[in-house]
Write a protein that binds this ligand. Structure first.
Ligand code: SAM
Length: 294
């Protein structure tokens, strides 16, 4: 293949020369076809591709006939290299950053480079695509309107338990990356720290041949995975804390009492039920008791 070319299913395409910039290019999280045409054009049209591991990325780049020069940028050299790479972009080069899988910087190298590039006024362009966090969240069946991504939990047992205990009252859906060898221990820690009834989803090998979703309570999944050797990559998702379970009853009753002086009874009940995510019947009963001076 000639310079700046790439191929899809045997058909060759040529990329235009790119504007100088740092391009953050997402690559697949498993299935080689999960890459955008724009990502291929960008990788083929760049002067240099910074890879977390050049051998890992060679598989993807070879599959699409991309011959762009490669260099390594990984957790051990990213701080030292950040200014040099920024200078190369400032001197007119188009440089791509990719990681072994998914979106660079998401539990992967790249943050020091992007920070230095931003401080130096370099244009930083996202070429978005796959990331395990969003793929797992979308298929989990857990609420997606509000979620928090925590990357990897601490490896040490007590630190992991402490971190999870701190999250016991966290309301949004929680998303964690985890290594297969710690999955069983982490599920047990979740059952212990968050309670055995908390809803959990394990998303394994997304987009790959053995893609599997396990849904259940923390207690059930901890038992199911106990002592098991998990094969492949996993994302663990945990339902947020139940808001109603955390509210001090005095808090909403006090608010109801005040509101009943301002609004008709039904209006006050509706507002408190909505604001505190409580059952209307429960609030209505409390309103009647307050009205009767109980
Ligand atoms: N930058 C990547 C991204 O955007 O998803 C994540 C890199 S992080 C080093 C690797 C972790 O991502 C794995 O340990 C696993 O938790 C998750 N992961 C990556 N690919 C996955 C897949 N196909 N299925 C499930 N989890 C995956």
């Amino acid at each position: 293949m000639a310079e700046r070319q790439f191929s899809i299913a045997g058909h060759a395409f040529t990329s235009a020369k790119l504007e100088p910039a740092l391009y953050l290019v997402s690559t697949p999280i498993g299935h080689l076809k999960d890459i955008s045409i724009r990502a291929l054009e960008t990788l083929a049209g760049a002067d240099l591709i910074l890879c977390e591991d050049t051998r890992t990325s060679a598989k993807l780049l070879n599959a699409y006939g991309i011959k762009t020069q490669k260099a390594s940028l990984h957790e051990h050299n990213e701080v030292a290299q950040a200014q040099n790479i920024t200078n190369e972009v400032l001197a007119g080069k188009a440089i791509c950053l990719i990681s072994d899988a998914g979106t660079p910087l998401i539990s992967d190298p790249g943050f020091p480079l992007v920070r230095v590039a931003a401080e130096n006024g370099v244009s930083i362009i996202a070429i978005p695509g796959a990331s395990a966090v969003l793929a797992a969240l979308a298929v989990s069946g857990l609420p997606t309107d509000s979620f928090s991504f925590f990357g990897f939990l601490p490896v040490k047992k007590q630190a992991r338990l402490n971190r999870l205990s701190d999250l016991k009252t966290h309301l949004p859906t929680m998303v964690f990356y985890e290594s297969p060898k710690r999955t069983s221990a982490t599920l047990s820690a979740m059952a212990e720290a968050l309670g055995p009834d908390r809803q959990v989803v394990v998303a394994r090998e997304l987009t790959k041949r053995f893609e599997t979703l396990y849904r259940g309570t923390a207690g059930d999944l901890a038992a199911q995975f106990h002592g098991a050797t998990v094969k492949g990559e996993v994302v663990i998702l945990v339902a947020g804390a139940n808001k109603a379970a955390q509210i001090n009853p005095d808090e909403w009753r006090d608010a109801l009492k005040i509101l009943m002086q301002e609004l008709p009874l039904r209006g006050a009940v509706d507002k408190i039920a909505a604001d505190f995510e409580l059952k209307r019947k429960q609030v209505y009963q409390a309103a009647l008791e307050l009205k009767d001076g109980k």
